[in-house]
Design a protein around this ligand. Sequence first.
Ligand code: ADP
Length: 572
Amino acid sequence: MIAGLFVWLAVSSTGNLTISELEKTAQARLALYDSSLRAAIDRYRYLPYVVSRHHQVIDAVSGLGNANTADRYLQQVNERSGAAALYVLDRSGKTIASSNWNTPDSFVGEDYSFRPYFKQSITGAEGFFFGIGVTTGRSGLFISTPIRRNGPIDGQIIGVVVVKLELDELERNWQDGGEVVFVADADGVITMTSRSDWKYRTLLPLSAQNRERIVRNRQYSDEKLQSLDIGGQIADGSGTLAIGSDKFLYDVKKIDGSDWRIFFLTPMNEVTARQGMVMLITVIVSGLILLIILFLRERELKLASQREALEFERIQALNTRLEEEITERRKTENELRGTQNELVQAGKLAALGQMSAAIAHEINQPIAAIRTFCASAKLMIERGKTEQLDQNISQISSLTERMGAITGQLKTFSRKSTGVLEPVDLKVALDNALQLLGPQLDAENCQLERNQPNSPLCVQADLVRIEQICVNIIRNALDAMIDSPEKRIRIDLTSDIDTVIMRISDTGPGMSDDALALLFDPFFTTKEPGQGVGLGLSVTYGIVRDFGGSIKAYNAPSGGACFEVRLPLLRD
Ligand code: ADP
């Protein structure tokens, strides 16, 4: 739309500019043609008057003098002035004397009373008339003046002097100039023109009345006076008109001292040619601009889609990386879980190793006792005292039961966790752990203080692992109190609205600040090589966290270390 508007504006402003430019030129040319025409006429205008004042002419018209003397006088004056003819009419319009008296076309004796110029001058006015000569058949301008007997002003009119000018040369000059210029008389008949085909054509069709008058005056001989049909009235000044298929800009001017109008025409095809050129250029330019805009837009779109594609690829790569990371993380998590299980197992085995001495001691005693009972049983059988055998056997049986209990605990402890979560009563787990650690506690001569509610304290967990937590913490307490004069472990089990809390404190030396900071890190240990591996608390930490709980360690105000384990309470 903008391009269309641009073209339209350019074309219309070019049209206006060209028209105003051409108009200026046309006005200047018109003024020039007008002044040259007027100069050509004015050169002769005074001549009839001067001649009318000559006594030979007055004498000839009054019948007093010799007409031939007047003829010669007129011939001489005419030759000098360069006019076409100079002649004198009497009151009846008959030619008395003429400059061409001695030529075959002589006007002498001709009656011109029908001519308008005669009619005008015989009544005292100046005659001004363009027409085709009835005698010569040549067109010309007739200027006439009355001849007065006594003086120029109020003398009686006795005849008329006429000068005929032929403007052929001026017209030829116009034709040679190549421009379109013409003169139209009051009836719109073209009398002089640079276009010879327009001569004696009319601007508009003549009315019957005017045509009749022209014929009566024999003004244009038997010319057809066909109309050019310019399609509309001519306004003063300037405008446009059409002749046939040709369009013109016209400038028109009234010729001073006559009722003639002089026209200067400029073909419109110059305007349309320029407009066409401008239209072509602007269409090409706007087409190019449009193409550039489209090209830029296309490129921008392409770049945008490329950017989008890149962004898409980047996001896709990011997604893939994220997915990979997630898979990796899952794998690591699984590995970690596996490792943790391994560690739990390893921790158990380590604990088993450490416990083996106590276990060996614990089991050796019943074995030795069983051996003694067996020996005494053998003796009883040899001596035939079988009545006491029953007591012996029941003691052996109770000893093996005790051994079975120890190995059973060991078996429970060393078995791998199932990984299935179920409600676990913390009190039961603690019982198992203490049973497992019983021999060690006894060996160390350690007192145990236990505070707990009667109701079960259930958590959603894995029994073996909860036992593991208890074993690890209590074993550490035992280890810490190895040199303590008083060995006492206090276990408090409590619960609040949604948490089970287990506090295990000892009477050991407590922990240094450094140890407190690193306690739960794997392989942190202060124990002698072979004594500890530093995995117990880190495994404990992992288990507690797995069950959604937390663990912390601190030194109790009364001395010794305290471990506090919190696990989510499972309600019935
Ligand atoms: P390990 O028992 O093999 O050393 P742990 O992770 O169980 O590994 O314990 C790490 C360290 O924490 C111990 O070496 C000890 O220094 C400290 N520690 C644990 N429990 C206690 C406690 N009750 N009193 C003092 N120090 C303790």
